[in-house]
Design a protein around this ligand. Structure first.
Ligand SMILES: [Zn+2]
Length: 118
């Protein structure tokens, strides 16, 4: 796998910074939404189940976004160390193609699938 060029690094970093802003803005909105569902309101059984389900989905989405924010922040610190784009496990270049799809990816494809097989 080839190491990243300077242009690719700049591009991926800009992409990470943009998605961090986007997700953090979304998280603020989402915590408002989960907070406003009041399950003690007499809104009827069906709509109550609906509201609970929506609340669960919003929570799950929030959990995923928090995880992604953590991964993005971690990826951003790796630019400072000059380690961005290298696998956290085997230290081989992750590859531009994979990073374009998931710029916050901490592992290369091989290490990632090895962990998933465990
Ligand atoms: Zn690896």
């Amino acid at each position: 796998m080839d190491e990243l060029t300077d242009e690719q690094i700049t591009e991926l970093r800009a992409q990470l910074e943009a998605s961090l802003i986007e997700i953090e803005a979304g998280l603020e909105g989402a915590s408002d939404r989960t907070a406003t569902v009041d399950l003690d309101q007499p809104i009827g059984r069906l709509s109550r189940m609906d509201a609970m389900q929506q609340q669960e989905m919003a929570k799950e989405q929030m959990r995923r976004n928090r995880l992604r924010v953590a991964q993005i922040k971690q990826a951003l610190t790796r630019f400072e160390d000059g380690e961005y784009g290298l696998c956290g496990q085997c230290e081989e270049p992750i590859g531009y193609k994979r990073l374009r799809a998931r710029p916050e990816a901490p592992l290369c494809v091989e290490c990632r699938s090895e962990i998933e097989r465990r």
